[in-house]
Design a protein around this ligand. Structure first.
Ligand code: FPP
Length: 241
């Protein structure tokens, strides 16, 4: 779906690559997981700030398909953090009327974690406030490959004709099929890369790369970014009128 708003309004859908937890911890002489735990606290603050800032959809990159390459200890620590985060935050998120969805490939995640993810999705499915999407074992290329596999199956089953596959059809097979495209993608920690995040969906997104490490991110920084976004002109390939 590409129903993004134009200039001077708050972005409806903000996506964030939360980078810099490890460096933040190292700067303090602490283990990397200390940084991830601090990062999880920022997630709570930012979700709470969204309604006041006019952000309806928030999508955050929690774990990529490439993050399995980290040490076993860090991966296990992150998985345990996700389990704890979901168990601990479920009631608060529900009370705040937040609807939570997860995107990414669940096959490689452990059963306990996927059960918690499903429970949280079910618990919050009637909520109409902030639509929070957590990308967990997510990779944009992997998502397109999985979508293509399902699409090819529908063609093989005679449900879809090859000639009917276009820019409207393919996104219906993506994990994000019910979400609008992101208007703004923010990456913290000074890296200017998109690292396989929402590749199809961000074709016309604005990007904001900032030096702040994710555990130092705040509502005030987000508000500043949104203000500068309001001044940008989004043309979606057209010429100014
Ligand atoms: C990138 O920083 C961050 C991650 C791979 C993990 C993101 C996870 C969180 C913010 C924690 C909690 C999230 C939820 C949804 C509970 P990095 O480790 O690559 O930092 P570095 O580049 O400084 O090493």
């Amino acid at each position: 779906m590409s129903d993004s708003k134009g200039a001077s309004s708050a972005p409806r859908h903000v996506a964030i690559i939360m980078d810099g937890n490890g460096r933040w911890a190292t700067q303090r002489g602490r283990p990397r997981l200390f940084g991830h735990r601090a990062g999880a606290k920022r997630v709570r603050e930012i979700v709470e700030a969204c309604p006041g800032l006019g952000v309806k959809f928030l999508t955050i990159f929690a774990f990529s398909t490439e993050n399995w390459r980290r040490t076993q200890a860090e991966v296990a620590g992150l998985m345990s953090l996700f389990r704890r985060y979901i168990s601990k935050e479920a009631q608060a998120l529900n009370k705040q009327n937040v609807r939570v969805r997860f995107i990414g490939d669940r096959d490689r995640l452990d059963d306990k974690l996927t059960a918690l993810m499903e429970e949280l999705e079910l618990l919050t499915e009637g909520n109409s406030g902030v639509q929070l999407t957590i990308a967990l074992n997510y990779g944009g290329r992997d998502e397109v490959a999985r979508a293509t596999r399902r699409l090819a199956q529908d063609v093989a089953d005679g449900k879809l004709r090859p000639g009917d596959v276009d820019e409207e059809t393919l996104p219906k097979y993506l994990d994000t099929c019910v979400l609008p495209d992101p208007d703004l993608v923010i990456r913290t920690s000074g890296e200017a890369r998109i690292s396989n995040f929402l590749l199809w969906q961000s074709a016309y997104a604005e990007y904001q790369f900032i030096d702040t490490l994710w555990p130092d991110f705040s509502t005030a920084i987000l508000a500043d970014i949104l203000e500068s976004y309001g001044g940008r002109e989004r043309r979606f390939g057209a010429v100014p009128v």
